[in-house]
Design a protein around this ligand. Structure first.
Ligand code: N01
Length: 546
């Protein structure tokens, strides 16, 4: 049954008719999950999405090799047992087309599409203090009045490309990983430049190398690339997963990165050097992020665990890559996790191919495109195709696309000039009734799970407001200050803080001029979920409601 929020009070301020009870921005994991939650509360919801279909990240990132780095059975919507039972992923790490099919299936299953407006960018939203509603404007010039505004903009949705002033003069074709065309790109017979060796570049390079005449990989900072250990999943696997799903989710909710892993319960110094080798070899064979968490505990905080785990990887790089100079260039000189490590699918092996060249641009940077390719200060590289796998203005950059104006005319990005401010990653002071979904200050972790738990909290909070006939919620400044100051403290307890020196996106260090500091919660997903529950159970003391 639809609950028209206008009908709840005789307040004359409600003369302003609502077009919707809630507008949700984005139709990726966050938007889909949020729409479902709010529908269950009986709210009238409109999802506004700039793409032509659902998917978010999985709509835009169609580059060759795009697939998840989380294991499929937990890169999933937890809220519906039916979905968990009906959908069987075909691989440990599903490809972009499969994730897109999954999101489409969930959308159709719950008949969500009818509340979605595609090809529409929400460009601005202003909080109207008199009526305590949001006025949201689209790029088509429509203005909607809504009680609640929820942003599911994605962590990595504002692509970054280095400013090469002469890119227009390049006679070949260029592509950006995060804005890949829908039709296949044929690299046969082409000389291809790939700029960037983050998670996107690491997935692109091996596949393009199989097709292209020659690939030049321009690397500024190497990554610790962990072998994925990908494999297909059959009926037997799914029977086992489903019979253990409760236990799997229990692990997920307690593991720092919301992944279904067991704690190792040991440090390298607890075992002999021979046992260390055996343990690391076993974890390496398992592949994926299990390597980071199931061999030794606290790789993210403990120097000894980190050194043992990264040292073993360094040895593997040198074993796999035949040319010692190339192997050395591919070996990072910083702790594991100081950059977000990608999973590789024959990544290091690709550098043994005759048609792949690694060029180190750490000291001699690429400065521009030319008619025929790319150039550093002293060398031109002639190519037919350039692929920019150069990342994103992450987390807060997603908010550049909407001018959000809160109480007193304050613009969100002005408020966040020195870094984001939130309470619980869910709300911002001076921005009443605006909920951020999967945005800054939520855990740096397996994101569908984080979204699921956060949206559940938002749903429960709005349900409580409806029960108590309230229309207004805003975090207190004190609670916002407290949560915001916790974020750098948590980061400082980890080796991830070293990411500042190696351009890590999770610190904003990859974007020239962006303030460097923690954008996410590094206190472990389980602790974040507990903080959400505690806040709710205590009666939401960090928020003003009326
Ligand atoms: O972006 P990145 P990404 N000259 O920022 C280089 C998620 N994701 O799209 O490291 C030369 O990691 C830059 O060099 P440096 C995931 O969370 C997930 O790959 O700054 N190089 C770097 O190598 C991931 O972590 C998945 O020195 C330049 C690269 O471009 C996040 O998105 C898949 C340069 C950018 O790497 C971002 O990944 C894909 C320049 N001027 C993405 N400018 C999966 O889960 C930048 N670079 C599978």
């Amino acid at each position: 049954m639809s609950k028209n929020l206008n009908a709840q009070t005789a307040d004359p301020a409600d003369a302003a008719a609502l077009d919707f009870d809630a507008i949700v921005v984005g139709a990726g994991f966050a938007g889909i999950r949020t729409l479902y939650e709010l529908r269950e509360l009986g709210l009238r919801v409109r999802v506004v999405e700039s793409g032509s279909d659902v998917g978010g990240t999985w709509f835009w990132n169609r580059y060759p090799g795009a697939r998840t780095d989380s294991e499929s059975w937990v890169y999933a919507f937890r809220f519906s047992t039916e979905v968990l039972n009906e959908w069987s992923w075909s691989e440990r790490y599903p490809t972009q087309p499969e994730v897109h099919r999954y999101l489409s299936y969930v959308t159709e299953k719950f008949d969500l599409r009818k509340d979605m407006q595609f090809n529409t960018q929400l460009v601005a939203a202003t909080f109207d203090e008199d009526s305590e509603t949001w006025l949201a404007t689209t790029d088509a010039g429509e203005t909607y009045r809504t009680r609640f505004l929820l942003t599911g903009l994605g962590h990595q949705s504002h692509p970054y490309r280095p400013p090469f002033p002469n890119l227009d003069s390049f006679q070949g074709k260029w592509y950006q990983s995060a804005r890949w065309p829908h039709e296949p790109v044929d690299f046969t017979g082409k000389r291809v430049a790939v700029i960037g060796t983050g998670a996107s570049g690491v997935q692109i390079i091996p596949l393009v190398a199989q097709q292209a005449e020659h690939v030049i990989v321009f690397q500024r900072t190497p990554n610790w690339v962990i072998p994925s250990g990908n494999h297909s999943l059959g009926e037997e696997d799914w029977t086992e997963i489903r019979s253990n799903y409760d236990a799997i989710w229990e692990k997920v909710f307690n593991q720092p990165y919301a992944l279904p892993f067991n704690a190792a319960n040991r440090k390298p110094s607890d075992v002999t050097p021979e046992e260390q080798e055996k343990i690391l070899e076993h974890a390496y064979k398992q592949g994926g992020f299990r390597y980071l968490f199931e061999a030794f505990d606290d790789v993210q905080g403990d120097e000894e665990s980190n050194r043992a785990t990264s040292g073993f990887l360094r040895k593997k790089i040198h074993e796999i890559v035949r040319d010692p100079a190339t192997a050395e260039l591919l070996s990072p000189q910083y702790p594991l996790l100081a950059k977000r490590p990608p999973l590789g699918h024959s990544y290091y092996e690709t550098f043994n191919r005759d048609n792949v060249t690694l060029v180190d641009v750490s000291r001699n940077p690429l400065v521009d495109a030319t008619r025929n390719g790319l150039r550093t200060a002293d060398t031109e590289y002639e190519v037919d195709v350039i692929i920019f796998a150069t990342g994103f203005d992450a987390v807060t950059g997603s908010y550049r696309s909407i001018d959000l104006i809160g109480r007193g005319g304050v613009h969100l990005l002005d408020k966040w000039r020195e870094g984001p401010r939130t309470n619980l990653g869910a709300m911002v002071d001076d921005f009443p009734n605006l909920f951020l979904v999967g945005g800054p200050h939520v855990p740096f972790a397996n994101i569908p799970v984080v979204i699921d738990r956060e949206v559940r909290w938002i749903g429960r909070t709005i349900a409580r407001m409806l029960e108590q006939e309230q229309r207004f919620i805003e975090p207190t400044t004190e609670a916002t200050d407290k949560w915001t100051s916790l974020i750098p403290e948590l980061l400082d307890g980890t080796l991830l803080v070293r990411g500042a020196a190696v351009n890590s996106w999770f610190l904003g260090a990859n974007i020239p001029g962006k303030p460097v500091g923690a954008l996410s919660y590094h206190g472990g997903a389980g602790n974040y979920f507990a903080a959400l529950d505690q806040e709710f159970d205590d009666g939401l003391p960090g928020f003003v409601r009326r």
